[in-house]
Ligand binder design. Sequence first.
Ligand code: GTP
Ligand code: ZN
Length: 345
Amino acid sequence: MAIDALRRGWPIAIAGADGTLALLPVETADPARLAAFDPNATAPLLLSAGRAATLKLANQIEAAAPDAAVLVERAPWLDFATATALADPQFDLRDPMKGPFRAVHIDAAEAAAAAIGLARIAGMLPAFFALPEGSATLAITPADIAAHEDAARLAIATRAHLPVSGAENAEIVAFRTPEMPGEHIALLIGEPDGNPPLVRLHSECLTGDVLGSLKCDCGPQLDAAIQAISASGWGILLYLRQEGRGIGLINKLRAYALQDQGFDTVDANTRLGFAVDSRNFAVAARMLSLLGQHSVRLLTNNPNKVTALEAAGIAVAERVPHILPANPHNERYLATKRDRTGHQF
Ligand SMILES: Nc1nc2c(ncn2[C@@H]2O[C@H](COP(=O)(O)OP(=O)(O)OP(=O)(O)O)[C@@H](O)[C@H]2O)c(=O)[nH]1
Ligand SMILES: [Zn+2]
């Protein structure tokens, strides 16, 4: 409901333990909606720290996590067009920013943090006009927002035999929660043989998986995972609906536009105001345990996947490298993964 409202450019309110915020999303608002929401033009701008640091907003923000909340004072000249330029990095290089901007204290810190998280879940830019709101307003809570990604709420919805080109003996199992927009999928390949299954956690990548994008390694990794699992006798491919490392397709494509300007995959995420990796691998652990698997051999080059799975209660008996040949378009992306996000190549 809240995601729907934000996409339509409607204000929402979030009631946290330390206060409530009424929020109008910058991405889908317009000057008329802003005037209706904030007739006195006093609402400060809620941004994320990554975005604020990019705008050279305040020194102390450099140290904050990229997806921490920052409140920017509403200077008289900070109109809707300026707010859009602050929210959306696509014009950063073209339009030098106005300023100076000043960060102000956030009273409703829990609601502010939840708002930044909700923007990511909704696949939108993390930027809102924010007004303090009395307790009479109908508001959602941070817990309502967290429920969207609560692995414990996942359940198996249905399962069916699904022969695929790389593995004829396969079964698809679909999972969902009441809140989450997308369904996660497991593809069970082969017959259990008493050994821990060979498992691949594949995060959705529409551009790579469906269109054959050469910018990343996802498409070839998907095909190779099915082949490797099939060849190993038995195992499980989890297809996780965590497009763009959890920021959604539109935001990933915004990150690609920044990469066209020369930023790498890490800096592009930060400039947009997101963490480098927003994925929640507790979801994968929950799926495996619903499938009765508590120990796996994991196909990955990403040590964070091993750590996250183990933290969520799944033993990783072995990490099996999953390295595919580079091409001229993804060479830099793979080098960035090696040099900046700890991937082992
Ligand atoms: N935000 C963002 N996401 C990207 C980019 N390139 C690829 N992705 C996403 O990254 C995810 C792919 O990561 P994976 O291959 O599952 O995992 P990994 O962390 O690279 O680790 P491996 O298991 O070693 O492959 C998918 O959700 C892609 O959509 C990018 O430049 N920006
Ligand atoms: Zn990809």
